[in-house]
Design a protein around this ligand. Structure first.
Ligand SMILES: NC(=O)c1ccc[n+]([C@@H]2O[C@H](COP(=O)([O-])OP(=O)(O)OC[C@H]3O[C@@H](n4cnc5c(N)ncnc54)[C@H](OP(=O)(O)O)[C@@H]3O)[C@@H](O)[C@H]2O)c1
Length: 301
């Protein structure tokens, strides 16, 4: 049955932007019969409730997946092998956390989900992705904003056109070690960087997307992009006042799914259909972001 139908997995889809992405697939007329949608949720009950909120469509199936757990990633990979003939066409790495506290432990947890979870899930699932498949890593515009605050040397490392995934892992590991020993500035991360647990994990994810595009595009005809959904009112930010809707954020993700690949750059970063720089080049915007984040931080304390 999966021969003709696309198999699509959206992680962290029980609420927020991921849930809206599943709705968009259901709304696309071709999806009504032709897609098998796996709604990823780390919690079975929350996943079942989400499917019920969608009206229990027959082509949406729950896939229990905690992206911060290697065991859960392996179990989900096996489930796709067994139930869906080992076929996957589109993988949307949407699940993420944004810890309020910036403790060493919280920062490690953020990287487990926002960076390592996606890297390991991709390593497991990319072999199952059929020709012309796509992987979308949901990143954030905060990545390029905080990359502006990295030292020149660090910026060059993150954006090197020859950077490999093991080299990026090393950069991430150095960040986490320095974070634990209060040595971030010594290795090129400004003390001004707001919410580094989340913001640096997203900068690393944007770099990972380019590394994995280079890594996999030769052997497989695979396309992988990172996307910012824009600032959306969801639980991630306490449903921030004035933010756009999660449905609009989902549109930003759907753009790189529905646009022909010859109109996109493999490995690149997009928002609302526009390619974004890896390092923000607008100093005023970065300063505005840092100031706004200070207010947010005070509110959260
Ligand atoms: N909202 C924004 O303004 C904004 C801006 C830029 C980028 N983004 C990105 O957009 C994506 C979706 O965020 P959102 O705003 O929709 O957040 P959200 O409403 O908090 O939803 C996050 C989803 O991820 C799931 N999740 C968290 N950790 C997980 C794990 N280890 N394994 C599996 N699922 C996990 C959550 O599940 P539970 O319900 O079980 O917690 C939830 O379903 C994230 O990648 C976020 O970084 C959001």
């Amino acid at each position: 049955m999966t021969e003709q139908k696309r198999v699509i997995l959206v992680t962290g889809a029980n609420k927020g932007i991921g849930f809206e992405v599943v709705k968009k697939f259901l709304d696309q007329s071709s999806s009504k019969n032709n897609d098998i949608i796996l709604l990823g949720s780390r919690d079975i009950k929350r996943g079942e409730d989400a499917i019920q909120r969608l009206g229990s469509p027959s082509n949406v199936h729950l896939l229990q997946l905690d992206t911060s757990s290697k065991e859960s990633i392996l179990a989900a990979t096996n489930e796709i092998r067994q139930k869906y003939n080992g076929h996957l066409d589109i993988l949307i790495n949407n699940a993420a956390i944004a810890p309020k506290d910036q403790s060493v432990e919280a920062t490690k947890s953020a990287f487990e989900t926002n960076y390592y979870g996606i890297k390991i899930l991709n390593e497991n699932l990319i072999p199952l992705i059929r020709k012309h498949g796509r992987v979308i890593n949901v990143a954030s515009g905060v990545g390029p904003l905080v990359s502006y605050l990295f030292s020149k040397e660090l910026q060059e490392k993150y954006t090197s056109p020859t950077l490999t995934t093991p080299e990026l892992d090393h950069i991430v590991q150095e960040f986490l070690s320095a974070y634990g020993s209060d040595n971030l500035e010594r290795i090129g991360y400004s003390s001004e960087i707001p919410f580094p647990s989340y913001t640096v994990s997203k900068a690393a994810l944007i770099a990972l997307t380019r590394c994995q595009a280079r890594q996999y595009c030769k052997d497989k005809n695979l396309f992988i992009y990172s996307v910012c959904p824009g600032f959306c009112a969801t639980d991630l930010n306490g449903n921030a006042a004035g933010a756009r809707s999660a449905a609009l954020g989902a549109d930003s993700i759907m753009y790189v799914i529905n646009t022909p690949t010859n109109e996109l750059e493999n490995g690149a970063f997009y928002q609302d259909g526009k390619q974004l720089p890896y390092i923000c080049d607008d100093e005023a915007k970065v300063k505005g972001f840092v100031e706004h984040s200070k207010t947010l931080f005070k509110e959260k304390q």
